[in-house]
Design a protein around this ligand. Structure first.
Ligand code: ATP
Ligand code: MG
Length: 523
């Protein structure tokens, strides 16, 4: 856990979006309707940043009576998208605890409507076919400081544009020869408003529409119109889209009015230190085999967190604590780890495992004796049931729980020292056996046989508790210990001049072969 107390970092963050919605409900806007959507592009697995957006969008729909949240695949880019990703996204949203009922949509379902809307724009003189090369277009677009210049094709007639656009659709032109652009303002200080592209030619099969199309709509164009078609009232996205909002509104202004005009609201994307959160980089980790797959337990993907054993409630709690802010920040990995531990502590049944075993012989415990110690699976939750711990003369404890020369604040075992075996007796270390190199390979102990489930009768205090398993009843196991995937707090920091892969933690996975686990875990 981080040095900062995560509980403090976690004090109820305000949600400016609910403030906006509450005000709309007060004023009667949208007749109280709260309709949101979660719009992933199916080009990778969801990560914990997406969890933030899912909890926010589905959470708002849950919070307001009659609220709805659509799951919409933003599948407008045929080249990078895939059915595998669509399936994983559905699984992850459900795992996180949300349902879309019958509200599952694909932007590709709207290809015909989007095409018609583009024809509408052309007819109103608001869109034109540009046949410049990519280089020429870049040249004319201008810079942040300088306005752009009109393309020579900007003055094409409506008829010519209609004809060319129809021929683009028919597949008469190769990729990159023409694009359809909005006719807005080449001198706008906002580059997004300098006649942005609406359609590009891309002779590629789409995973849903097959070969039906060879022109595909651009994200900004498709997104706002999809929102309007679905009757979305709050289109919540991350801050990078703030500069795109004038364009979002421009499209809605140009097209026939929809019943509920969506409003785009931006919030700060979730960033966490010691990891990366862009699908492109996560994909690189998978494709280049730096991890074992999208669901590798070290990945910040929902599939990876699930495989690591993170309960979905811990992620929802984490997203709640982080809150929804307008300003970007980096959340400490310690807060996520705290939320996971907190949830597991409350809900997980207990079991013991020894990952680096040290044999202990309890000399005053008979060799043929086995006591079956009944104990709760969770001390605070008796309803979770009982488990049985076989106690025997020979047991294993963790090598770290013994020190030959323990410092003052070490309360576990050392020569002549006492500690309690969890759920069992207090034992005292009376000797040890060493190998030729001087390494301790076995401890000799005696048990205080009066202390099973009891404190010592003479009132002496024994502070340390160590976990253990029976040597004869425990099972062998391989245990994989996972650490953070990156050694640097910000592996993405461009100012270091290094690639993020250079910060991979070489010790993020340690596989221990000779571990021992409680017999009850074997099933
Ligand atoms: P990436 O940059 O990781 O590839 P993306 O934004 O391209 O992510 P999309 O599939 O387009 O991924 O995202 C679906 C939704 O999830 C969008 O509304 C997006 O704003 C939101 N989202 C993505 N990453 C984050 C994040 N780190 N924090 C909050 N929301 C996010
Ligand atoms: Mg995206």
């Amino acid at each position: 856990m981080s040095a900062k107390d995560p509980k403090v970092a976690a004090t109820a963050a305000t949600n400016f979006i609910t403030d906006i919605i509450d005000a709309d409900i007060q004023s009667g806007k949208h007749a109280g309707r709260v309709a949101t959507r979660f719009p992933p592009e199916p080009n990778g697995y969801l990560h914990i940043g997406h969890a933030k957006s899912i909890c926010l969008n589905f959470g708002l729909a849950k919070k307001y009576p009659g609220g709805t949240c659509n799951l919409r695949f933003d599948d407008t880019n045929p080249v990078t998208e895939d059915i595998e990703f669509m399936n994983s996204i559905k699984e992850d949203v459900q795992w996180l605890g949300f349902t879309w009922d019958d509200r599952l949509y694909n932007a590709s379902d709207y290809f015909e409507k989007l095409y018609e809307a583009a024809v509408h724009l052309i007819k109103n003189g608001k869109a034109y076919v540009d046949s410049s090369t990519a280089d020429e277009m870049r040249e004319l677009r201008g810079t942040l400081k300088e306005g752009g210049k009109a393309s020579p094709y900007r003055t094409r007639s409506v008829e010519e544009n209609l004809g060319l656009f129809a021929r683009m659709r028919k597949g008469e032109f190769p990729d990159g020869t023409h694009i359809l652009r909005a006719k807005i303002d080449m001198s706008s200080p906002n580059i997004n408003m300098r006649d942005p592209a609406l359609y590009r030619i891309r002779h590629a099969e789409h995973h849903k529409t097959g070969a039906a199309w060879c022109i595909y709509p651009m994200y900004d164009y498709a997104h706002g119109i999809s929102d309007a078609i679905e009757g979305i009232t709050y289109s919540i996205c991350t801050l990078e889209f703030e500069d795109h909002r004038p364009l979002y509104d421009w499209f809605l202004d140009q097209l026939p009015a929809h019943e509920h005009r969506p409003r785009q609201i931006e919030f700060a994307r979730l960033n966490i230190n010691y990891t990366v959160m862009s699908k492109r980089k996560l994909k690189q980790l998978v494709v280049q085999n730096h991890v074992a797959g999208w669901d590798d337990p070290r990945m910040p993907t929902l599939a990876g967190l699930r495989r690591r054993g993170v309960p979905p409630a811990a992620l929802r709690d984490f997203c709640d604590r982080v809150g929804v802010a307008k300003a970007a920040s980096i959340v400490d990995m310690g807060l996520l780890e705290f939320c996971i531990r907190d949830e597991l502590d409350r809900t997980a049944t207990r079991a013991m495992a020894v990952v680096r075993p040290l044999k202990v012989t309890i000399e005053n415990y008979p060799a043929d004796k086995v006591e079956m110690i009944e104990t709760h699976k969770h001390q605070q939750k008796p309803e979770l049931g009982m488990r049985t711990l076989p106690m025997t003369r020979e047991i294993y404890i963790e090598q770290d729980d013994y020190m030959e020369e323990p410092p003052k604040d070490f309360f576990r075992l050392g020569p002549g020292r006492e500690a309690r075996l969890r759920n069992s007796y207090i034992i005292k270390c009376t000797g040890s056996k060493k190998d030729a190199s001087g390494k301790v390979v076995e401890l000799l102990c005696t048990a205080d046989l009066e202390t099973l489930g009891k404190n010592p009768s003479d009132g002496r205090k024994v502070k340390g508790i160590v976990h253990w398993v029976s040597a004869s009843h425990s099972k062998p196991a391989e245990v994989r210990l996972y650490d953070r995937l990156f050694t640097a707090a910000n592996p993405d920091d461009a100012s270091t001049g290094k690639d993020f892969l250079e910060f991979l933690n070489p010790h993020s996975l340690e596989a221990l072969k000779d571990c021992r686990i409680e017999a009850s875990l074997a099933g």
